[in-house]
Design a protein around this ligand. Structure first.
Ligand SMILES: NC(=O)c1ccc[n+]([C@@H]2O[C@H](COP(=O)([O-])OP(=O)(O)OC[C@H]3O[C@@H](n4cnc5c(N)ncnc54)[C@H](O)[C@@H]3O)[C@@H](O)[C@H]2O)c1
Length: 292
């Protein structure tokens, strides 16, 4: 049976972090054979769930038995929770801006209030802003906003995840970085690149700090993906071709492929991994000359 309960407003004036609980029929997913139920009994909070990787991860984690707390600023986030419900899973949609610590704190509180614990935090929300170029041309406002979402937002998530995971006796934190943290590009987005480098270093340090508390912290570095974030920018065949020349597999990645990698890091399949940077990039960061 699928139940629905709405709580609060998702609008810009609504209270931050309003839970909207939708759905309770996880067993239907295992019956579909879609998942191997690697997250049964786990509670996962994911940010940036209104689209792209975050939405794909919400669906995949729920298919694997997780109860999901889907966090985003965008209205479309409610749809993600509804999609989980339609597929027989359980999700709570929470409106929160990851740059505002009080809203992130409220999202984690909502997770524990709804589901009693927190096992997985996937700090995935990120932006790549217009006007982000080279060091000479990028405006301070673009740098500030990029770092606020991509670095401060991830740190807020880590801070409240660590506190909740201490209460739960351990857990897995996954922070979304990017291939641009590892290789330079002559099509620069310097604020974005700097922000993703910071994600890698903060992930490494937190992994070392919390390893003996049973809290694992890993980074996930996607290659160029066929999601809204990048396709908005690569809006011509020529721009897309210019990028694909550098990808050995010769194609953009899909959000589902990143969700599968995030699932690996979230689950016990990666139980001896912490402080790692999992690169899921079609071979991009391994390449010098790509195939014709
Ligand atoms: N798409 C790519 O090619 C690519 C490559 C490498 C890394 N990444 C990273 O992957 C992550 C997800 O990207 P995506 O491709 O799914 O992008 P996307 O734009 O589809 O999704 C990003 C989500 O983050 C949300 N968000 C933005 N600012 C927020 C804020 N302040 N508070 C809460 N939510 C906020 C957006 O509303 C959106 O739903 C990002 O961190 C991005 O930098 C993407």
């Amino acid at each position: 049976m699928v139940s629905a309960r709405s709580g609060g407003s998702d609008g810009p004036d609504g209270p931050a972090a309003c839970p909207r609980r939708v759905g309770l029929a996880i067993m239907a997913l295992s019956a579909s054979g879609e998942g191997t139920m690697r997250l049964t009994g786990r509670v996962a909070l994911i940010t940036g769930t209104a689209s792209g990787i975050g939405r794909a991860a919400a669906l995949r984690f729920a298919a694997e038995g997780a109860r999901v707390v889907a966090v985003d600023v965008a209205e479309a986030n409610a749809e993600t929770a509804e999609m989980v419900t339609e597929r027989g899973g359980e999700a709570v949609a929470v409106r929160a801006d990851v740059t505002v610590e009080a809203e992130v704190a409220a999202a984690f509180e909502a997770a524990e209030a709804a589901f009693g614990r927190l096992d997985v935090a996937f700090n995935n929300a990120g932006v790549m802003l217009e006007g982000d170029g080279d060091a000479a041309s990028t405006a301070e406002s673009v740098i500030d906003r990029t770092l606020a979402v991509n670095v401060k937002g991830v740190l807020h998530g880590c801070k409240h995840a660590v506190a909740a995971m201490r209460r739960a006796g351990g857990g897995s934190i996954i922070n979304t970085a990017s291939f641009v943290a590892s290789v330079g590009a002559a099509t620069p987005q310097i604020a974005y690149t700097a922000s993703k480098g910071a994600v890698l270093s903060l992930t490494r340090e937190l992994a070392v700090l919390h390893a003996r508390e049973g809290i694992r912290v890993n980074a996930l570095s996607p290659g160029p993906l066929r999601t809204e974030l990048l396709m908005r920018l690569l809006n011509t065949d020529e721009k897309r071709r210019r990028r694909l020349v550098h990808v050995p597999m010769g194609r953009f990645g899909e959000a589902d492929e990143l969700a599968a990698a995030a699932l690996f890091l979230a689950s016990d399949d990666s139980s001896y991994m912490t402080g790692a940077n999992l690169q899921v990039d079609g071979g991009l960061t391994a390449a010098y000359v790509t195939p014709e």
